[in-house]
Design a protein around this ligand. Structure first.
Ligand SMILES: *Cc1c(COP(=O)(O)O)cnc(C)c1O
Length: 300
């Protein structure tokens, strides 16, 4: 299938962290594959296996024009000799941005739909219309979240539990597929904090719960204070944080997901909200494709 590189765990050292008596370890899952990276590798794993087993030649999925999921799906399909179609929210704007340029270079066919049409992304009648236009395909929902994705993320969770001892696992939350899988793999003395990347993440708790294995024993919650005004929104403080993490810790973060999470973790540590002697494992879920070429922390 898609190749996988083992990834390091990087401990973060700072005076705030040591004063709080906690430890912060970053699982650099962003380094697991150059193109199908981070949590997307795990979310795609069993979907790709199933698509091939079912003899599908085409993957079809949905995403916004900066979507890490579209990027990863295009790369994965290309390396497995599958065709891919990306249904993109909004009108085509030229020149294509780096994400869509990459997806297209991997052979992904881009199908633009209005924001209203995009709302029908899970409507079977809409999928039928797309089948009439493009022929049969393996359907991957927006963000790649489905049962197979949760299965892959549960496998990642088991790997983390096996590799390192920790009390709290922190991850960014978009659709919650990653969180759901991870929660299912942890022990009952471990917990997951998911950091919502939306303005109001309160809807996430019920969304996320939908995918969690009924036998899950770890506790979890969604932290909604660090959405920075909305999906992909930033602030000068967040950009300065990204810059500082890169300069002082050699830690690259993206402004949509991982920076909001780590900013939140550091803020909570500063406020004494993470108990002394807690070992915090932070999943670096990737997302750097959007950063390397258009680094928001770079002076413009
Ligand atoms: C897609 C993505 C997420 C969100 O994953 P969900 O399973 O949708 O919650 C988190 N981090 C990064 C870097 C991503 O690309």
């Amino acid at each position: 299938m898609i190749s996988y590189s083992e990834t390091p765990i990087q401990e973060l050292y700072s005076s705030e962290i040591s004063e709080a008596g906690v430890r912060v370890l970053i699982k650099r899952e962003d380094l697991n594959h150059p193109e199908v990276s981070g949590n997307k590798w795990w979310k795609l794993k069993y979907n790709l296996e199933l698509a091939i087993k079912q003899k599908h030649g085409v993957l079809l999925t949905f995403g916004g024009s900066y979507s890490n999921h579209l990027y990863a799906t295009a790369a994965a399909a290309s390396s497995l000799g599958l065709k891919s179609i990306g249904v993109v929210r909004g009108e085509e704007t030229l020149p294509l941005n780096p994400t869509l340029t990459f997806a297209q270079s991997k052979g992904m066919r881009l199908h633009y739909v209005s924001r209203e049409q995009y709302q029908r992304k899970n409507d079977p009648a809409f999928l039928d219309e797309l089948r009439q236009a493009y022929g049969d395909f393996y359907f991957l929902p927006e963000g790649g979240t489905n049962e197979m994705a949760v299965k892959g993320c549960m496998e990642l969770g088991r790997k983390l539990v096996h590799e390192i001892d920790f009390d709290t696992l922190c991850i960014p939350v978009g659709t919650g597929g990653t969180l759901s899988g991870l929660v299912g793999a942890l022990h009952n003395n471990q917990r997951v904090i998911g950091f919502s990347v939306f303005k109001d993440g309160s809807f996430l708790e019920s969304e996320v719960g939908r995918w969690i294995d009924p036998g899950a024993v770890a506790s979890w919650r969604v932290e909604t204070r660090y959405g920075f005004g909305g999906y992909a929104k930033t602030s000068p403080a967040l950009l300065e944080f990204i810059d500082r993490m890169q300069k002082h810790h050699g830690l690259p973060l993206d402004h949509v997901y991982t920076a909001k999470m780590l900013f939140g973790i550091m803020d909570m540590i500063g406020k004494g909200e993470i108990h002394r002697s807690q070992k915090v494992l932070v999943l670096h879920s990737g997302g750097l494709q959007g950063v390397s070429r258009t680094n928001p922390a770079e002076p413009r």
